[in-house]
Structure formats: structure tokens, C-alpha cells
Design a protein around this ligand. Structure first.
Ligand code: ADP
Ligand code: MG
Length: 362
């Protein structure tokens, strides 16, 4: 094929916070904000990249792809996909690719994974690649982010962008790599609210939390916290340092809330699911300490608004956004009230995104 185009959505984590590196479980949804890509094969053996969000066109020789720095850093995500495909033995040729997006960058909605997945889907078509297994495609994109862009991330972002289904949530088991879709209540919308305080995952907190989770697993004699149930953890409280115990309690609780959440979705119990979201946030606030005063304010304000079923921080925490499950037909009015209440309470200007669950990349 000489030219092709693709589209890959962002995602939002619904339940299952910091469970990925603990071999745990997560519920997410692909959303109706996405990166789109269009491209052609060209004779010159280069990768030529442009994005509507950045002024320059970047051209990189296809052989021995070099990592980019400075203003060109964004190209490491698509270049990483090209690099991984070549390393996996796929034959590519010269190409020019153009990206556009309505997905905010760095807002915790996984624009980086959407960029990778849009690239992979485009190249699959352009070069007729034998990439029939969507999990294989997601893993190539994750590897691109880990190895070429140099960002360590779990598989959730790429899996969500690939396996999304309109009207459905996505379940990912990080241990077995099982993925499935569960129906979301038709009467509910997903309200993502940016706190206006960027997430600071590059800081030491993220690595410190990881280390504490691994320390808890080691002290409990398991390879990952996934293997510990709530009652088991409670029984071993004396073995753990109190901070490490609270970190473990968050992860163990989140895994349990994901399984409880699945039951709620299967039963159409939107209030029950919402209650789990509030409990998740409370655990972030007190156990994992990955919330911020702004995120706490947003959750408390949301709780007071009629039509809100549940609310919690989403993603890594330490800033970023909340996700609220809200009555669909009242979503605009809820978003407006939350915006006004938040600015009045905190002095920050937040940004609401009313989302619906969307199909994965195509
Ligand atoms: P998130 O994935 O939560 O949005 P990240 O920091 O992981 O945040 O990824 C954001 C980065 O992805 C941006 O800094 C940029 O390098 C790249 N990116 C995302 N969307 C685009 C786009 N439309 N065009 C170019 N680069 C993009
Ligand atoms: Mg990202």
C-alpha cells in the first residue's frame, strides 16, 4: 500500500492503581480522544515525521535509527516503534508520517501510547506487516516506549489503546496478560478532570513506591503482591514496617476492588462501582500517599454533586487528573460545576474532559 492512515485512542484507568508492576489487575477504558496518523511510502531510506503539535519536520535515516533529543524528543515514540519492528525482523522502507491529536499531552491520558499504537497500525498497513495478534502489536509499542523513548511503563497504556471497545471497560491481568471487555453502564459518562498540577512521576516517589511494594512482597515471601489477599495481609501486619504495610494494603485492596468492580459491571451496578472508586481514592490518600491536596479537593467536590457515582485519582498520582463516573445526560452540567467549585476552593484552573468509552485503534 502506498498510503495509509490510522487512529489510536487515549485511555483512562478506572480502578487498579499501581497494580501493574505488582503483577495485578486493572480496569481501564479507551476514550474518544485520539492520535491520528497518515503516511506514505517514499523512495528515500528515511523516516520523516511531522506533528501538528510541533513546528519542525524531523528526518532520520532508516538504518541505525538514532535517538532524538531536545525539541525532536517527541519523535522517539514513533521512531521507537520503527526500531522495534526492524529488530523483530519486519522489513520496512522509507516513509513519511504525519500526526494530529486531540488528546492532551502529559495529562495522564496516555498520549504517548496512542502515538505509538497509531504508528504501529499505520506501518502494519503501509508495509503489509504480519501483525495479526493485537497483543503482539501492543507489546512492540510498549517496548518502543521502554527501550527507545526510555520511559518505563507497564502494558496497560498500549493494551487499552489496542483493545478498547465502545461502551465497554477493559480488564487487564498483568500476570497472565489476559484481556477482556466488560460493559460499562449506558447511562454513565467518564469525566476526566485535570487538576492543573502536572504529575511528577519522574520524581523519586514513583520508584520509592515500587521499592516499598517489592519490599512488602519479599517480606511476605511471595514474588509479587498479587499473590496476597486482604485477610492474608491483615494477618501478617506485624511482619511489615507500618509504611510498607500501608503501601501493600493499597495494592492488595486495589486488586480486590478490580474484581469487585467486575461484578458490579456485570450486574449493571453503577452505584456499587462508584463506591469502589471513592474507596480507591481514600486508599490512595491514606495508604499509598500518591494523592495531592488538589486531587483530594476534586474528589470531595465531586462527591457533593448530584449525578456523580464515584471519583478517584487516575494514573500514577502525585498530581495529574481525577476520573469520575457520572450520569451521562448531566455530564456537561457536572463538569461546569466541578470546574467552578474547584477554582473557588483551590485557586487552580482545572480542565474537564467529558469522555465516552471508545473502540481501540484501527
Ligand atoms: P501521557 O502519555 O500521559 O500523555 P507522556 O509524558 O507519557 O504523557 O507522553 C507525552 C509525550 O508524548 C509528549 O511530550 C510528546 O513527546 C509525545 N506526544 C504525545 N502526543 C503527541 C502528538 N500529537 N505529537 C507529537 N508528540 C506527541
Ligand atoms: Mg505516556
Amino acid at each position: 500500500m502506498q498510503s495509509a492512515h490510522s487512529r489510536a485512542p487515549g485511555r483512562v484507568e478506572l480502578l487498579g492503581n499501581h497494580t501493574d508492576y505488582n503483577a495485578g489487575v486493572i480496569l481501564s477504558a479507551a476514550i474518544n480522544y485520539a492520535v491520528t496518523a497518515a503516511g506514505e511510502r517514499i523512495d528515500e531510506p528515511v523516516v520523516r515525521l511531522t506533528s501538528a503539535a510541533y513546528p519542525q519536520t524531523i528526518s532520520v535515516p532508516l538504518a541505525g535509527l538514532a535517538r532524538q533529543t531536545g525539541a525532536a524528543s517527541w519523535t522517539n515514540y514513533p521512531l521507537g516503534v520503527v526500531d522495534c519492528l526492524q529488530k523483530e525482523g519486519f522489513t520496512l522502507g522509507g516513509m513519511q508520517l504525519r500526526f494530529a491529536s486531540d488528546l492532551p499531552e502529559g495529562a495522564g491520558l496516555s498520549s504517548s501510547a496512542a502515538l505509538e499504537v497509531a504508528t504501529a497500525c499505520l506501518l502494519k498497513k503501509l508495509f503489509a506487516l504480519d501483525l495479526a495478534d493485537p497483543m503482539h502489536l501492543a507489546k512492540i509499542c510498549r517496548r518502543a516506549e521502554n527501550e527507545f523513548a526510555g520511559v518505563s511503563c507497564g502494558l496497560l497504556d498500549q493494551v487499552s489503546s489496542v483493545f478498547g471497545k465502545a461502551g465497554h471497560a477493559i480488564f487487564l491481568d498483568c500476570r497472565s496478560e489476559e484481556v477482556s471487555n466488560l460493559p460499562l453502564p449506558a447511562a454513565a459518562a467518564l469525566l476526566v478532570f485535570q487538576s492543573g498540577v502536572p504529575h511528577r512521576l519522574a520524581g523519586g516517589e514513583y520508584n520509592e513506591r515500587r521499592e516499598q511494594c517489592f519490599a512488602a512482597a519479599t517480606a511476605l515471601g511471595v514474588s509479587a503482591l498479587r499473590e496476597i489477599s486482604g485477610p492474608q495481609l491483615a494477618a501478617t501486619r506485624a511482619k511489615l514496617d507500618s509504611t510498607v504495610f500501608r503501601r501493600a494494603a493499597h495494592v492488595v485492596g486495589e486488586n480486590e476492588r478490580v474484581f469487585a468492580g467486575i461484578k458490579c459491571l456485570q450486574a449493571g451496578d453503577v452505584a456499587g462501582f462508584g463506591a469502589l472508586m471513592f474507596a480507591s481514592h481514600e486508599s490512595s490518600r491514606t495508604n499509598f500517599e500518591n494523592s495531592t491536596p488538589e486531587l483530594d479537593t476534586l474528589v470531595e467536590l465531586a462527591r457533593a454533586i448530584p449525578g456523580v457515582f464515584g471519583s478517584r485519582l487516575t494514573g500514577g498520582g502525585f498530581g495529574g487528573a481525577t476520573i469520575s463516573l457520572v450520569e451521562k445526560n448531566r455530564a456537561p452540567e457536572i463538569a461546569a460545576r466541578l470546574s467552578a467549585d474547584y477554582t473557588a476552593a483551590s485557586g487552580h484552573r482545572g480542565a474537564p474532559y467529558i469522555c465516552t468509552s471508545a473502540d481501540g485503534a484501527a
